[in-house]
Design a protein around this ligand. Structure first.
Ligand code: GLN
Length: 274
């Protein structure tokens, strides 16, 4: 019988999450989710609760290395909370670097009016930008029907459905120039070593981009000049070792590129202007 006492249950669960960098935090998030309260409230009132049966099922799933965000169904990104589920990449804090870059580009202006998110997934980048600039509207494009469903649901939940159009599509271009283009494409080498949590649970179509991880950048590069409006910018996520290679791809078609680092000090975002 798994423990009913919250302290014992958290300790027992955390012991099973040896693969995780944050076993105790994972256990706390799952117990808070099972109780329908925030982690902060759980920690302040730990002794007041009985562990519900639903916690045990969540612990089993986490022990199989399923991402916490799929288990709780939610992940915070920039200033918004997104619904996430298997079928979309879990939004990462690293990707907030793209929004920071956009904020820096538009500082002292009224901000972008039209925003494009290529490969929108859960809608994270587009919806974060629309939260940042309440007068903006935009388009999110994704090839995955499952992702589009989740992105539309997020736009609804955030009250942004009228400003966010989610469209099926591949890297083909939209025929409109946008003030802000956001893109977190797949960029992992197919045989890269990845945690099981990522490789076995997150969508391969959102992660992998050929032998050198650059396939999608090669396809995106020729689209960008026509997608970026005059005075606009594209903020494109890269893997931390890809700055020079992707900069060369974009400069070869006449774009101007600077590299921006994430909070870990790693190259993370190309800031691209026509
Ligand atoms: N940053 C993600 C990871 O390291 C990869 C996301 C991507 O390929 N766009 O797992």
């Amino acid at each position: 019988m798994p423990p009913r006492n919250p302290r014992a249950a958290l300790a027992a669960a955390a012991q099973r999450f040896t693969f995780s960098a944050t076993p105790r935090l994972d256990a706390e998030l799952l117990l808070a989710h099972a109780l329908g309260i925030t982690r902060e409230r759980l920690l302040l009132t730990l002794g007041d609760w009985q562990v519900p049966d639903t916690f045990n099922a969540l612990v089993e799933r986490r022990a199989a290395q399923e991402p916490i965000a799929y288990l709780t169904g939610t992940r915070a990104f920039w200033t918004i909370d997104l619904h996430v589920a298997p079928g979309v990449l879990v939004p990462r804090a690293d990707s907030e670097t793209l929004i920071e870059a956009a904020v820096a580009h538009f500082e002292g202006t009224a901000g972008p009016r039209r925003v494009l998110d290529l490969g929108t997934g859960s809608g994270a980048l587009l919806l974060a930008a629309l939260a940042q600039w309440p007068h903006a509207s935009g388009v999110g494009i994704d090839a995955s029907p499952a992702a589009l469903g989740i992105a539309r649901d997020n736009a609804e939940r955030l009250g942004m459905a009228a400003r966010a159009e989610m469209m099926a599509g591949d890297w083909t271009g939209t025929g409109e120039a946008f003030d802000l283009v956001l893109c977190n494409p797949p960029y992992i080498e197919v045989d890269a070593a990845l945690p099981a949590e990522v490789r076995e649970w997150e969508p391969a179509s959102a992660l992998f981009a050929g032998a050198d991880g650059l396939d999608d950048y090669r396809r995106l590069a020729p689209l960008l000049p026509a997608q970026i409006a005059a005075g606009g910018v594209a903020c494109v996520e890269i893997g931390s070792t890809q700055g020079a290679a992707v900069t060369a791809l974009f400069e070869a078609i006449g774009l101007r590129v600077t590299v921006r680092r994430d909070l870990a000090g790693l190259d993370r975002c190309l800031v691209v202007t026509p």
